[in-house]
Design a binder for this molecule. Structure first.
Ligand SMILES: [Zn+2]
Length: 141
């Protein structure tokens, strides 16, 4: 994936989720088609930690099923960094085992200026993925 498109309202949703969960890491799944996100599924962080997240397998299974029914693909896995910059931690890189998804991270390190970035992580190699945020994205459908 060379870039990922996020509608403005989905972008605002993930940042709002990050703020709501802080100081715990927020996490969730973004689904859509052809690099274009359509829906955000917020998930519980069963780790309840500021430095890790762990998705509940049951909740994840339910969401995967719902995505299949709606003809949506998993495009990105989101989590927040309450206190650290918006780049994958060593653990994030190690745990990035889902192929073909973008890892989205929102940092609340500077709480008034949240930073959101996307990465492709494959076999320990981290490549930034440009985020396209906006309302114009629907024009290209
Ligand atoms: Zn992380």
């Amino acid at each position: 994936m060379h870039e990922i498109f996020l509608p403005r309202e989905v972008f605002e949703e993930i940042v709002a989720h990050a703020r709501r969960e802080a100081p715990v890491e927020a996490c969730g799944i973004l689904a859509g088609n052809n690099s274009r996100v359509e829906k955000y599924y917020p998930m519980r962080n069963t780790d309840k930690s500021s430095e890790h997240f762990l998705m509940d397998p049951g909740e994840q299974f339910k969401i995967m099923k719902e995505m299949r029914h709606s003809d949506l693909q998993m495009l990105a896995i989101f989590h927040s960094h309450p206190y650290t910059p918006a780049r994958p931690s060593e653990e994030d890189v190690r745990m990035a085992l889902t192929p073909d998804v973008v890892y989205l991270i929102t940092s609340l390190n500077d709480v008034d200026n949240p930073v959101t970035k996307g990465y492709f992580i494959e076999e320990g190699t981290v490549t930034p993925v440009p985020l396209r945020i906006g309302d114009e994205s629907n024009d290209r459908l």
